[in-house]
Design a protein around this ligand. Structure first.
Ligand SMILES: [Zn+2]
Length: 400
């Protein structure tokens, strides 16, 4: 029995796309953008810095501490389920370290088996071992998704293997990466299905969008990141117009926080900004998103997208208890006058009082349980120091 007087009791938040391995490099690329077309830019290029310079230097122990620390931080923020997009599978030991960290975090997690680099990388073939060794049942706190990036050579093999193993397929869709022709072909060939998880989904043709909606594919929006890093305008309205319920995702903490309140506020304000702009110009405009609707995206939308809505995403008898208690008596919230409004427009991580993951208490009355955070932070700093030194990057708190 938990006395929840003065608290909002709601399902835990769900983040459907988070590169947790980047935790050691938090805020390093705050001003960066995502480009891979070789154009000279005034801002740092995420692609060059994170994927070409740093990620190749990760050892299994670096993967482990970043994955664990980032996951605990999200329990603290009320996120009880994540899809971890770990593009760090340079060897089977790297993969095992990521999975062990997700397990040790103690929350629901979908292990996204994406690519790695180097001589010992065994993506995608090692999916078969990983599935058998770590995910033989689909009933634990951890489940698996196949990374299936369509801009990688030979992606068809990953798609085929993922489907053979009964795994959902997840991929980044970024219009500036020139993916539209490949998507159109996959759509026309009937390859889209309810097992497809499209991340960002910028620059996709109208035909492919319609096929995605018809197939029951899922869209994960990383709204603050997409606005910050030039992925393209987040297709919030496109999803709504097609009757699709997207989920929200944090993406990369090297550039933006992974707390769910930032996700929700960015999404609702951007949708309403576009609609309000049309209204002010005297044009027809779509329905304004409500606070309750954006909470749906941050909870049940994510559960459906990850194929976990029979177990989480709502407070429903028979589901597992992924529950957060939010303090509605706090200085920044009281008095409580509108419940969804208070959660979406007023609250932040400090209001997350208690968090249960599958009935186990991970945070209790403001304190994270079961982990020595000071020790883990020291390990994370050692890992950060290794990565920066190995990359030949000087630590500079005011880097331009
Ligand atoms: Zn991503």
């Amino acid at each position: 029995m938990i006395d929840a007087t003065g608290h909002v009791v709601m399902p835990g938040f769900i983040d459907t796309h988070h590169h947790q391995f980047e935790t050691a490099l938090r805020s390093l690329l705050a001003d960066a953008i995502l480009v891979n077309d070789g154009r000279p830019e005034s801002a740092a290029n995420y692609y060059e810095w994170m994927l070409q310079k740093f990620s190749v230097l990760y050892r299994p122990q670096d993967v482990y501490i970043s994955e664990l620390f980032g996951g605990l931080s999200q329990i603290d923020a009320g996120v009880t389920t994540v899809m971890d997009v770990s593009q760090i599978h340079h060897s089977p030991e790297h993969s095992d370290a990521a999975i062990q960290a997700l397990r040790d975090t103690g929350r629901r997690a979908v292990f996204g088996y994406f690519e790695g680099w180097g001589e010992r990388a065994q993506y995608p073939a090692d999916a078969r071992r990983i599935r058998a060794q770590h995910f033989a049942g689909d009933d634990g706190l951890l489940t698996m998704v196949m990374g299936a990036e369509i801009d990688l050579p030979g992606f068809e093999a990953a798609w085929a293997l993922g489907r053979e193993l009964g795994l959902p397929l997840a991929m980044h869709i970024v219009g500036t990466f020139g993916m539209a022709p490949t998507l159109d072909k996959l759509a026309a060939d009937g390859q889209f299905g309810p097992d497809c998880i499209f991340i960002h989904t910028t620059g996709m043709s109208g035909m492919a969008w319609q096929k995605a909606a018809d197939a029951g594919a899922h869209v994960s929006l990383s709204v603050p990141i997409e606005m910050q890093m030039r992925h393209g305008t987040p297709p919030i309205q496109k999803c709504l117009d097609l009757g699709m319920l997207p989920s929200l995702s944090s993406d990369v903490e090297c550039t933006m926080t992974a707390d769910p309140f930032t996700q929700m506020r960015s999404t609702i304000t951007l949708q309403r900004m576009h609609a309000n702009d049309l209204a002010l110009r005297g044009e027809a405009y779509p329905k304004l998103m409500s606070a309750a609707e954006v909470i749906e995206m941050a909870t049940i939308g994510g559960a459906r997208g990850l194929g976990l809505d029979h177990r989480t995403g709502s407070l429903t008898p028979g589901k597992e208890a992924d529950i957060v208690l939010l303090d509605a008596t706090a200085l920044n919230v009281a008095p409580l006058n509108h419940l969804p409004g208070a959660v979406v427009t007023l609250m932040e991580r400090s209001n997350v009082a208690t968090v249960l993951c599958a009935g186990q208490v991970g945070k209790w009355q403001g304190a994270l349980l079961g982990h020595d955070i000071a020790r883990l932070r020291a390990e994370l700093e050692v890992s950060r120091d290794h990565l920066m030194a190995a990359a030949g990057v000087e630590q500079d708190l005011f880097r331009a």
